[in-house]
Ligand binder design. Sequence first.
Ligand SMILES: O=C(O)CCC(=O)C(=O)O
Ligand code: FES
Ligand SMILES: [Fe+2]
Length: 542
Amino acid sequence: MVLDYSKWDKLESSDDDVPPQRPPTKVEKAPAKSPAPKRKLQPWDYHPAKSLHKDLFEPDNWQQWIHPSLLDVISAWQKQKETGNSSDFSCVDLENFDGFRVEAPGICSFPALKDEFCDMLLEEVRNYRASGLPSRAPNSMNNYGLVLNEIGLRASFTSVLKEVLLPIGARLFGSDEDRVESVAGINVETEDWGGSTLDDHHSFIVQYRPTDDKHLDMHIDECDVTFNFGITSHDNFEGNDLTFCGMFDSASHRKLHHRYKHIRGRCVVHSGKRRHGAMDIEKGERASLIMWTKSRSFRRTEAYRERNRRGLTYGDADNVCLSYTHDPDYKKLMPKKFQYHMKQEAHDASQKSLATEKRWIRVCSAKELLEGESKMVALESENEQIAVFRHRGELFALDNRCAHMGGSLCEGEIEDVGTHGLGASDSKATDGMVICPRHFMCFNLRTGENVEGDSMSQKVYPVRLSADGTNVEVEVDMEVTVQAVPDLSARLPRLLQMLRCWSLNGRQVPKLAAAGLGCLVVFVAAALRFRSTFRDARTIQR
Ligand SMILES: O=C(O)CCC(=O)C(=O)O
Ligand code: FES
Ligand SMILES: [Fe+2]
């Protein structure tokens, strides 16, 4: 299947521009004239008035924060330039870069930041949060983080890019003349991604906690070269490995390539166009500083445009490389119990088609579901969430997790479809639609389709009032698991034989007692089988 990847740029792009806005769906009245409101404080009001470590905001201080091994490599190269021996990046000596590692083809890591810098940066982020100033999602999939460029740190990170990351980027992802082939005898296998001319960056912190953003779905970055710095000590979290798959335009882009565990102060560098994601965090908290770097001149080249124009050929996929945000076959390939999670165990799990049976499940009482409102039921054992809606007196039920990025539809507003996107879909003007609260996709409540005609749609469930009219129920395919209970009845003759031969103090056990025990065994086995056939679904209501 060939997919259009052009929208990835839009999805991932959260350059320091505006966050997603809810599209107007109704003609809104012009507000009445009133005195000019007080200006709302913005992230850029943070520094210098409220910032904690003023030093971090000084662009000339960069040398203080850089790890000595990286500084040594950069200063050796600077010396060569000064003595006029050479000025190009090919003289950046990665062989003598203490701690530099080729992690896997196309992925390298190196010591980059001092612990002191990592601690200060985390304190600054905490201080920003405490200031009450607004913050927005650093990328389109991580809500719990901070765009550092917006709070006054852009100039500092520009210095870091110009002075230290550019020479490394050039050596790894630069032009053919600048790129290194191997380091310490290991092939680097990188390609030209504009590394020799990196001149722009989007720098932000991503953070994970089991109760907030647990993971980051598989994706590619809206940049050319990604520098990702571990900020949290690895004692502070469990799980959350960074998982790399193939390059976006290769047949192996959904095949597992490498797993990386973050180390504080260490930078892992890769092409932004390599598929990657962060697995579920199990315990603690992790933060990374991400610098998405770009080369404006490289982006204008025909080679770059051509590469981005090429479609994707979807072939084999490893489960851990599947993306619920970007892969239309996600639900088909990912075993149901691992869907919307990022678990290492999913890697070896196969999508077995287990036996199912249709069952009506209670969602809420009919009285609770008012006109224009919704309720949700979570079926833990099925890893499924279903939202029910009441619109124009009728009941509807949809998969609660938005097909785009899993936003919770039961928290979305409900409106008439009206004239919204009517040309592109099967909707009627009086149909209801729910607006996803995260990025505002609108789904028809009757058909589940995206009213703007996008291929992402929501599963629709049969819904009804219970026979006595008091409850709202939905029909769900529940897995019917038959546990492997040993078939003791098949072993009965052998058991009887054993009992017959069993002698206690030299006496034979009476035949009658043996037969009675045998019957008891058969009865227990049958009862166990019956119990395991119909597993009870635990439902949670909200
Ligand atoms: O969690 C990480 O280290 C990866 C973050 C990432 O890939 C991103 O923000 O684009
Ligand atoms: S999660 Fe993005 S529109 Fe729903
Ligand atoms: Fe990323």
